[in-house]
Design a protein around this ligand. Structure first.
Ligand SMILES: *Cc1c(COP(=O)(O)O)cnc(C)c1O
Length: 411
């Protein structure tokens, strides 16, 4: 075909120019594809989507997604990784891959709320039952595992109320009973502890089967990308998850993947900075009259502090590691309206869900409506959760101080 004679549009679609192939830059390129082009029919017939030895279709991976998957395996100490368009989609993919009619899934009472909604409103429709267990009571989990139990969700620490469970003991129990354990590792982010090496000594004697991570939080770090990952160390389990992932058409965009790749190298530095400021503010809030309890696993007296010390205490040169997330319980003598006024009075802390970004966030919660198990370890009062961003400690402390005065000063 004489290119010069063909139609303009045809020439724009099939352009003859090819850039030199030896371009090297520091940042991975954004590869975007639905169609992946094969050099000949033999290569097309030989396509393999099961491993990363080639490319078949955009949904099954591009150089950009392969690179993020491999880096996330490095972050969490896993071997295989699947990407999903949100943390919740990653959770749903695990549930749909491993559960069928007649099975039961166990979920901690303090789990990320939408995981519970998935079980209550969607899995139930498929004849999959669920039960909630008390994350602070190993015997409760042990008693609830039956022959129908196919999946146990673990979360460290619990959403909003921040209880830190005995993760190694729970994983050991799941192993003994032959049940798959899936950890929501969004808080730990691969930085506070090693999900596949809970002894932390490189032995890999004890680890979760699956680690799910809402990359939306710390890996993205910007409050602008939704993404999730499902990481494993067992190839057979990975393939089971991958088949469901493929059949459900779960994929992520090249641009979003590149955004996470761009943020990932700074994740450990950011995590440490969020942690340091959060711990200072949590300690300071403990001294404030309106606050009856601070729920931060690194603070002694917080529910599960000893378990945090055991699992995360050795990280960060003996300082231990924690995310920049904690909650407080406001004295019940203050009304809900006053707690709302406190949140509204904050200027640097913005009202909004999610966490892990540079901006500090605040959310008041009605914990009574969220929990079925014992709340004996929680003081009565209204729970307010803070995500500590990257702002300066003194600015955040001053903001909290003025809002405490504005909302709770004696009147
Ligand atoms: C945010 C979050 C998720 C879900 O992530 P999305 O990307 O928002 O769907 C899951 N688990 C935990 C603990 C989270 O904080």
């Amino acid at each position: 075909m004489n290119e010069a004679n063909s139609d303009l549009t045809t020439r724009l679609v099939h352009h003859s120019y090819q850039p030199p192939s030896d371009f090297v830059a520091l940042q991975p390129a954004v590869h975007k594809a639905s169609t992946v082009v094969f050099p000949n029919v033999a290569a097309m017939r030989a396509r393999r989507w099961l491993d990363k030895s080639s490319y078949t279709y955009g949904l099954h991976g591009t150089p950009t997604t392969y690179q993020l998957e491999e880096r996330l395996c490095t972050l969490e100490g896993g071997k295989q990784c699947l990407l999903a368009p949100s943390g919740l989609a990653a959770i749903a993919c695990v549930a749909l891959a491993l559960l069928k009619t007649g099975d039961e899934v166990l979920i901690p009472d303090n789990a990320y709320g939408p995981n519970k909604s998935l079980a209550e409103a969607e899995l139930a429709q498929w004849g999959i039952t669920h039960a909630y267990y008390d994350p602070l009571d190993l015997s409760d989990l042990a008693a609830r595992i039956t022959p129908r139990t196919r999946l146990v969700w673990l979360e460290v620490p619990g959403s909003v109320s921040m209880e830190f469970p005995d993760l190694p003991a729970m994983v050991r129990l799941c192993r003994e009973r032959g049940v798959v354990s899936a950890l929501d590792n969004t808080w730990g982010a691969g930085l506070a502890f090693q999900p596949f090496d809970l002894d932390g000594d490189g032995s890999r004697r004890l680890g979760v089967d699956i680690s799910v991570h809402a990359l939306t939080k710390y890996p993205s770090g910007g409050g602008d990308v939704l993404m999730g990952s499902v990481i494993t160390v067992d190839q057979a389990l990975h393939l089971r998850l991958k088949l469901t992932h493929m059949r459900l058409g779960i994929g992520v965009s090249g641009n979003d993947t590149e955004t996470v790749l761009r943020s990932l190298p700074s994740v450990a530095l950011r995590y440490r900075a969020h942690d340091a400021t959060a711990r200072e503010l949590a300690c300071w809030l403990q001294q404030q009259a309106a606050v009856v309890q601070v729920l931060h696993p690194a603070l002694s007296g917080s529910p599960g502090h000893e378990q945090w010390q055991q699992l995360c205490g050795g990280a960060n040169a003996g300082q231990g590691a924690a995310a920049g997330l904690f909650s407080v319980v406001i004295d019940p003598r203050f009304s809900q309206a006053q707690v709302d006024a406190f949140c509204d009075s904050l200027r640097l802390f913005k009202l909004g869900y999610s966490w892990g970004g540079a901006a500090s966030l605040v959310v008041p919660y009605e914990i009574e409506t969220m929990r079925a198990c014992s709340r004996a370890h929680l003081q009565p009062g209204t729970v307010v959760r803070f995500n500590i961003g990257l702002e300066a400690l003194e600015d955040l402390r001053a903001d909290l101080a003025q809002a405490l005065v504005a909302a709770f000063a004696a009147r």
